[in-house]
Write a protein that binds this ligand. Structure first.
Ligand SMILES: [Zn+2]
Ligand SMILES: [Zn+2]
Length: 258
């Protein structure tokens, strides 16, 4: 399984840099987890092959350029972009994003070959198929309805915390997986800003460490993501100081393979 965290910050010359302002993981060039930078940072090849998008929650950093992605591909799509999310999140996307005010109701529009976008609801706790993958969503502890994900291709299994503060069910479900190859976990704020992290329902490095004690698997790669750009170096330093085996900050643009 190949996973890439798309770049979402660019210098004045157009080159991508390490700061992560938006969230969009591309799996095997076909499926994405969230869609923050999907409309601005996919390769031409990925634009031709990504047709399934899982949305964990409707915060802007996770959906920002999804409307632009569908718009760009409108005329050339031979199958709809499938937006997989809970009913709750789909209702929010319909009300607040694809509402004919902020952007068109793409799920009601067609090109010459058919529909350009469709919503595909899934239920938290129930396994569902997305592209060539099996996924299970678990509700996590964020300020809007949000799910973490466990995703498997039959050989490799990975888990995404999405945005969350302390949570329980996510870890107990991950613990039921036969094995875990990689964990993508958020670390938004430095330890000194724990109050803000708790108010906005995110993790600090210390909170991340205590979350990991709930995990029974070991030996997997742990990739920290969602570091707020303004505090990126500080959070990275604090993560490093935890001295947790195989914990690193995920590099944007790099293709990781398990
Ligand atoms: Zn969020
Ligand atoms: Zn976020």
């Amino acid at each position: 399984m190949q996973i890439q965290l798309l770049p979402s910050s660019f210098d004045a010359g157009g080159s991508a840099n390490a700061a992560q302002r938006l969230t969009c993981f591309v799996i095997d060039g076909r499926v994405t987890v969230d869609a923050g930078s999907i409309g601005i940072a996919l390769s031409d090849e990925q634009r031709r092959t990504v047709r399934d998008v899982i949305i964990t929650h409707p915060h802007m950093d996770h959906i920002a350029s999804l409307p632009i992605f569908v718009d760009d591909l409108f005329g050339e799509l031979e199958q709809p972009i499938r937006v997989h999310a809970t009913e709750e999140v789909i209702d929010l996307l319909k009300a607040d994003v694809f509402n004919d005010t902020v952007y068109p109701k793409f799920d009601e529009l067609k090109n010459e070959r058919g529909r350009v976008m469709e919503y595909v609801p899934f239920q938290a706790g129930k396994e569902f198929r997305v592209g060539h993958l099996q996924a299970t969503a678990i509700k996590v502890n964020h300020i809007v309805p949000t799910v973490g994900l466990i995703i498997s291709d039959g050989n490799t299994t990975v888990a995404f915390s999405s945005d969350t503060a302390e949570t329980e069910e996510f870890w107990s479900t991950v613990n039921q997986a036969q094995h875990l190859d990689a964990l993508f976990i958020e670390a938004s704020f430095p330890d000194s800003m724990e109050k803000l992290a708790r108010a906005s329902k995110h993790l600090t490095p210390s909170m991340l460490r205590s979350e990991l004690t709930k995990l029974n698997h070991n030996g997997m790669d742990i990739l920290a993501v969602h570091l707020k750009p303004a505090f990126r170096e500080q959070v990275a330093r604090e993560l490093n100081e935890l001295k947790i085996d195989k914990l690193s900050v995920m590099e944007t643009g790099r293709i990781y393979e398990w």
